[in-house]
Ligand binder design. Structure first.
Ligand code: ADP
Ligand code: MG
Length: 409
């Protein structure tokens, strides 16, 4: 708390952001560098940024935070950005079209062009793509019905591909002609896009990349660890995308995530307090925010004060309550068959390690083919993730221990 002239104590606001975009993005220098490279190409050469950039990681690792930071940062380069987030079962392309139109209006790129030939052309584009995507919406229903089909499907309806391609081309060149750098399209939760829509988007981007000097735009996406597979299934050439996995924060970055927001308010952390939070979080960004927030709430510090180990200890139960609620929600969203799978998995490793298909099958007393369905479903839900060679692991630190505790009397 801060003292006012009258001596009253005014509490400092809690600067931590569990579940929200952080005030201070710790680490992620390499990942931001990848985005900067692409946007730099758009801005400098007025051409396509490069292959589709795909960040993938389990929930809570900081994908949305990274994309938002990049969006903020690149706005200074004169890039007009469009943000869309995919939701399972909801078409995203109409939202992308509306988003492009809105972003251009907000950037006043189309303001002067609403009359005259350019404006007429632009409105005609928007109308046409609306019609084309209406058609795709219907096709999408058919496509999603055979989602399990392992054949990648390159041939997609050409008319909507062309319409989307034209829209992105026009939008990007309009920005450029009005003195802006180009267009940045950010797509979050890409794993939730329908396969038909994903295929359409990938085809349009592929065509735009083929004429790269005419298309000043970059597309940066994020999704769960299944995203690369979903992209490759939607279009064979999708495998040429740039896939980048987000990892837990390294020690120094985890420390910065905790001290950064406090520093900005003139509050510091003692070394033991910081050590405790970083150790407890396992470098998982969401837990760092949660634990930081809880310790801050317990300390209620004034500018110039320090958060100590006692504050961390006082705050941990509240943070743990929150974390346990998350574990429970994940457990509760699993079917009985999936829960049996999770219990077998947790029983197969002493800590948070990787588990093989054979280990899980053995623990369940089943054939290893029989466990494919719960395995796939849990991967789709983001509860577990494949780590290659048929191995899987839990995506949330501490979840294995939670599952084991449930099994205890
Ligand atoms: N680099 C970072 N530095 C500090 N906090 C972060 C960082 N990345 C993520 N966070 C925090 O972690 C939590 C999860 O981030 P989010 O971007 O929503 O993850 P995702 O999109 O991968 O699920 C949020 O509370 C956010 O504030
Ligand atoms: Mg997210």
């Amino acid at each position: 708390m801060t003292s006012t002239a009258s001596g009253a104590r005014v509490p400092l606001p809690n600067p931590y952001t569990p579940g929200q975009v952080p005030r201070f993005l710790a680490g992620r220098r390499e990942e931001l560098g990848r985005i900067r490279d692409q946007v730099g190409r758009v801005a400098t050469y007025g051409e396509t940024g490069g292959p589709l950039l795909v960040f993938h990681a389990p929930r809570g690792l900081g994908k949305t935070s990274l994309l938002r930071a990049a969006q903020r940062e690149t706005a200074e380069l004169g890039v007009v950005s469009v943000w869309v987030s995919c939701v399972r079962g909801t078409p995203v392309l109409p939202e992308l079209v509306a988003g492009v139109a809105r972003s251009l209006e907000r950037a006043e790129v189309t303001a002067g062009a609403t009359s005259g030939a350019e404006g007429t052309r632009w409105r005609a584009r928007l109308d046409r793509i609306g019609v084309e995507l209406g058609v795709v919406g219907l096709a999408g229903v058919r496509v999603s019905a055979d989602l399990r089909d392992d054949e990648p499907q390159d041939p997609s309806p050409t008319a909507p591909v062309t319409a989307l391609e034209d829209l992105l081309h026009d939008a990007a060149t309009l920005v450029r002609r009005r003195g802006g750098a180009g267009l940045l399209v950010l797509v979050d939760e890409l794993h939730a896009a329908q396969r038909g829509e994903l295929s359409l988007l990938l085809n349009a981007l592929q065509n735009l990349d083929g004429q790269r000097e005419d298309n000043p735009l970059a597309v940066v996406t994020a999704g769960l660890p299944v995203t690369p597979e979903a992209i490759t299934r939607a279009a064979t050439f999708g495998e040429r995308s740039a896939f980048v996995a987000l990892d837990l924060l390294a020690d120094a970055d985890a420390r910065a995530a905790v001290t950064g927001p406090a520093d900005a308010l003139g509050v510091s952390w003692t070394v033991p307090a910081l050590d405790a939070v970083v150790a407890e979080s396992g470098g998982y960004p969401y837990f760092l925010q949660l634990l930081g927030s809880a310790a801050w709430a317990a300390a209620a510090p004034a500018a110039g004060e320090r958060i100590g180990l006692a504050d961390v200890r006082a705050g941990v139960p509240a943070a743990q309550g929150q974390i346990t609620a998350m574990y429970r929600a994940r457990w509760g969203s699993a079917t009985p068959g999936e829960q049996a799978f999770l219990a077998a998995m947790a029983a197969s490793v002493p800590d948070e390690g990787n588990v093989s298909r054979a280990q899980i099958a053995a623990a369940l007393g089943q054939d290893s083919r029989a466990i494919s369905v719960p395995r796939e479903r849990l991967i789709d839900k983001g509860v577990i993730e494949p780590v290659g060679h048929g191995l899987v692991r839990f995506t949330l630190p501490g979840f294995a221990a939670f599952v084991r505790r449930r099994g205890e009397p």
